[in-house]
Design a protein around this ligand. Structure first.
Ligand code: SIN
Length: 196
């Protein structure tokens, strides 16, 4: 079950109108920067929180056994930390491919750490996409992440790298850190782990 959003994204914003634009990253785009950029700044957006509610059939799981990756959910009064990248519009070919499993580009005001507010784009996987998994308990999400892997690697490394990147920026995300803790507790009790 792969729902490829690349063609839809191409129709959403006519990027050729701009020489460059900003993109806001809140998940793997924070720690895996495999694209050219003109500038990068810490940033935040208002009105959203991160959630491990999106299925990953192409990166951290498979169509038969999807992993769980981040999307954003609207929460009034919330602030979400991330990184903003100023990129040339050709970079969106790469980003649209990377985020093709259900994510659509949305326009958003990005608050840069340099105190400027710029309009940019953010990839959000909303509940109507075919790969959406939605809410589950912290324990169940941790269990699914622990047991999933795909072409981009183990699902738990997505979680750990994101949590480390947040800590490196003195950012607290209760949802992410609670899943990390549940996964570590479970992992340390797992019979697969060789403690010798
Ligand atoms: C993002 O990082 O901004 C989108 C979600 C992801 O690729 O993890």
């Amino acid at each position: 079950m792969v729902f490829d959003t690349q063609a839809l994204n191409k129709q959403r914003q006519n990027l050729t109108d701009f020489d460059d634009t900003w993109v806001f990253g809140y998940g793997s785009l924070i720690y895996k920067v495999d694209f050219d950029h003109i500038a990068c700044e810490n940033a935040h957006i208002h009105g959203f929180e991160r959630r491990f509610w999106q299925g990953s059939h192409d990166h951290r799981g498979t169509p038969e056994k999807p992993g769980r990756v981040l999307t954003l959910t609207p929460v009034e009064g919330a602030t979400c930390f991330g990184k903003a990248f100023k990129v040339e519009h050709q970079v969106f070919d790469h980003l649209d491919h990377r985020e093709k499993n259900g994510y659509l580009r949305h326009s958003i005001d990005i608050h840069l750490s340099s105190n400027r507010i710029v309009q940019g784009l953010v990839y959000i996987a909303s509940p109507d996409n075919a790969a959406y998994l939605g809410h589950a308990s912290i324990e169940d999400i941790a269990k699914q992440i622990l047991n999933s892997s795909g072409p981009s690697g183990e699902n738990k490394d997505y979680l750990f790298q994101l949590a480390d990147a947040l800590r490196a920026n003195n950012e607290v995300d209760e949802h992410v850190f609670a899943i990390e803790k549940a996964l570590c507790d479970r992992y340390s009790n797992s019979p697969q782990v060789n403690n010798t």
